[in-house]
Design a protein around this ligand. Structure first.
Ligand code: SF4
Length: 230
């Protein structure tokens, strides 16, 4: 899920005119997309941020963005720990990166971690593969498994509409993609938050209904889905 978010954010940055730097210690904008499932991953981010904060003292134009689950979990307290950060971006705000960076450009330090309805993705991701693509179908999770931080950082379940998902897959097929992996934190829950009951009283818009609805997109030869629960 984080890799898919990273691809979307890279796409947004490209559309804003940014190019990928070869070296993170030379980039004008550094964005860390973080994971909070394991403590070691979280600690690594603080050590990376420390190095960038030092750089920023000499180069005030450097922009520092921290995205992902550590950003969501720590929120504003990150700014107290590393005041050089320009933007704290929770996962639900991934698609808003461009707008939020404009606020940073106007001199603000921004924390975007409030719960919100996830906007339909209108940007093109910069995908690593030309054949396989990830497609988000549901964000968040409503379960509360005792060991898991996901519901606190990824928010409540929000399913995308079947028509939006199919449209994205059709566009990918036109671009030459042949394999799609549907993504969801708790993908079995797909559609629980969407309206729709059949005449027989069955819930519509289940994952099965979605698979039936998208299975025949011309050009797509394989559809997989990932259950991402830790
Ligand atoms: S993401 Fe999976 S493990 Fe975590 S609370 Fe939801 S169902 Fe449980």
């Amino acid at each position: 899920m984080n890799k898919a978010d990273s691809e979307r954010m890279a796409g947004i940055l490209e559309s804003m005119g940014y190019q990928q730097a070869n070296e993170e210690l030379q980039a004008d904008l550094v964005l860390y997309n973080t994971c909070t499932i394991r403590d070691s991953a979280e600690q690594k981010v603080y050590s990376y941020l420390g190095r960038q904060a030092q750089r920023k003292k000499k180069n005030p134009h450097l922009k520092l963005v921290i995205a992902g689950c550590v950003a969501q979990q720590e929120g504003e307290s990150l700014l107290r720990r590393v005041p050089e950060i320009d933007l704290v971006l929770g996962p639900q705000h991934t698609n808003r990166l461009g707008t939020l960076l404009e606020q940073v450009d106007s001199g603000q330090q921004v924390v975007a971690t409030n719960e919100l309805h996830i906007l339909e993705d209108i940007t093109s991701a910069r995908r690593e593969s030309n054949i396989c693509a990830w497609v988000n179908v549901i964000y968040g999770c409503n379960e509360r498994c005792t060991y898991c931080v996901v519901p606190s950082v990824r928010g409540k379940e929000q399913s995308r509409k079947p028509s939006s998902i199919r449209k994205e897959i059709e566009q990918l097929a036109q671009l030459g993609y042949r394999e799609i992996t549907l993504l969801g934190q708790n993908i079995d829950a797909y559609g629980r938050d969407l309206p729709g009951i059949t005449k027989e009283g069955r819930r519509e818009n289940t994952l099965t209904d979605l698979l039936e609805y998208i299975h025949d997109v011309k050009g797509i030869e394989r559809i997989r889905f990932d259950a991402l629960c830790p």
